[in-house]
Design a protein around this ligand. Structure first.
Ligand SMILES: *Cc1c(COP(=O)(O)O)cnc(C)c1O
Length: 476
């Protein structure tokens, strides 16, 4: 094609970009604009047409008729913007406390509590007995005290905030002694050395990565020391030759030198789990009984509640934190407190085995196998009726994980359904599941995708079946 021809085609293409009104008044635009409003739809159409204009001027080869292309792109973008960005997904990864997927899903009681409180005025900071201002912490403090044996407790936005507040209130301008084996990074942003320096305390790291003795702590104590800090290593474990100082010895040392013994426990285990590896994690109560003065933990890990951080322990120290300026910036809102109170009441009444993440962790293997067999039947029915002939499906054994930094190296034997295609890669199958209107997030192992049944909630099988239907309809 000569350059004159191509310029003419480009001009034709530019001319056939439809006018705003033409697109805006087409039936699909009227229908799709219901959720977004006409102004947003106008913006999207402008964006799409400008994009095509840029492509054409930049010399891009446009295959489809320009009008169709504009319509298709506009429809896709409108659909995308009209649906919520934060949306529910099916967690088929087998990782129970999955930070990227929102950690612990809330159970019925917690959801009901949020529903009852959030749309109404409430007693967040009000005492109905006295008709005066109350304290937002009072709703949950007595529950935490009762369940953990702590003298006092305070709730903030997350465990990172809990650690920051505790260090700022107790150790700013002073020294905190911590083992080199516990200078961990959790997730991609919580690093013990950095939080320590942000709090205004200075860190004194002692011992070696794999071995820290009580004498390492005692030799490092100076008149500037405020805290002996213990941190749960969460996402890693050192095997082989290791020495770690136990809590009782650290508590004794701290008490004898007038220091605070603080622990960042990470996952808030409130009651022992029924698992062969359960003894590998200490509960909040165990730690306090061993002499920890101040403990902090997350609400949305093993505890099974909403995102928050709890600080529990010495009444005098908790009061200091509550009157610290930082507390005002870190306090939680009514929805969090409503959900948390409901979850704590399940622990109080001995019904904590009903909490979704605890049910998943304690799920019986035989029941998981049945669940996997049922899922296999549902998937087979779908793939047959949709003539997805090249999909091979079978029940497989899986290694599931607790996640959330607890039991980092333990795996729970579980079951799942594996899907394998002769013509498509595992990544492409996984993408099809992810891109469904209700996304399904599978696990991938040895080049196969696996739907782990441990982390499926009631009704998720149906969503998986509709996802297959959608990609059947799309042709992949
Ligand atoms: C998870 C974790 C944190 C961070 O808790 P968030 O609630 O996510 O802020 C801090 N310390 C430890 C040991 C953890 O496991």
């Amino acid at each position: 094609m000569s350059s004159l021809d191509s310029r003419q085609t480009a001009n034709d293409s530019l001319r056939s970009i439809p006018a705003m009104d033409e697109l805006l008044n087409s039936p699909w635009a009227e229908e799709l604009s219901a959720g977004l409003g006409r102004e947003q739809v106008k913006k999207i159409i402008t964006e799409v047409c400008d994009g095509i204009r840029r492509d054409v001027r930049g010399g891009a080869n446009i295959e489809a008729p320009v009008r169709e292309l504009a319509e298709r792109r506009a429809q896709e973008l409108i659909r995308l913007r009209a649906s919520s960005s934060l949306k529910p997904v099916v967690n088929a990864t087998g990782v129970v406390i999955h930070t990227n997927l929102g950690r612990s899903p809330l159970g019925r009681e917690a959801l009901q509590a949020v529903n009852d409180i959030a749309g109404r005025y409430n007693t967040l900071e009000y005492s109905v007995q006295e008709g005066v201002r109350g304290n937002r912490n009072s709703h949950i403090e007595w529950l935490i005290r009762d369940i953990t044996g702590a003298q006092a407790a305070l709730v903030v936005n997350n465990n990172a905030a809990a650690v920051l507040l505790a260090l700022s209130a107790i150790a700013a301008g002073r020294e905190v002694i911590v083992s080199n084996g516990e200078l961990v990074e959790i997730g991609d942003s919580f690093r013990i050395p950095e939080i320590l320096s942000f709090s205004g305390a200075s860190m004194v790291a002692v011992g070696c990565t794999n071995s820290t003795r009580i004498s390492d702590y005692s030799n490092a104590i100076t008149e500037k020391t405020a805290i002996l800090l213990k941190v749960h290593p969460s996402n890693y474990k050192i095997d082989g030759f290791t020495t770690e100082v136990n809590r009782r010895d650290l508590a004794e040392l701290a008490a004898s030198r007038g220091l605070v013994f603080m622990e960042d426990l990470g996952s808030g285990l409130l009651a022992a789990l029924d698992k062969p590896f359960a003894h590998l994690e200490y509960s909040v109560k165990d730690c306090l009984e061993a002499g920890v003065n101040i403990i902090s933990f997350s609400g949305d890990k093993l505890l099974g509640g909403p995102q928050l951080g709890v600080i529990a322990g010495s009444k005098q120290l908790i009061e200091k934190m509550q009157s610290h300026q930082l507390y005002r910036a870190l306090r939680v809102d009514k929805m969090t407190l409503a959900a948390f109170e409901a979850v704590l009441r399940l622990y109080l009444s001995g019904r904590h085995k009903e909490i979704p993440v605890i049910k998943m962790i304690e799920a019986d293997e035989k029941i998981l196998l049945k669940k996997a067999q049922r899922l296999l039947r549902i998937i087979k029915q779908k793939t047959q009726s949709l003539a997805m002939d090249d999909l091979a499906v079978s029940v497989v054994k899986t290694n599931d994980a607790v996640g959330g930094g607890a039991y980092p190296t333990e795996r729970m034997p579980g079951f799942g359904v594996s899907l394998h295609s002769a013509s498509r890669s595992a990544e492409s199958l996984a993408a099809s599941f992810r891109m469904s209107s209700f996304p399904v997030i599978p696990g991938i192992q040895d080049g196969q995708i696996i739907l782990h049944v441990r982390t499926l909630l009631d009704g998720d099988e149906k969503i998986i079946a509709s996802s297959l239907e959608e990609w059947g309809a799309r042709g992949g």
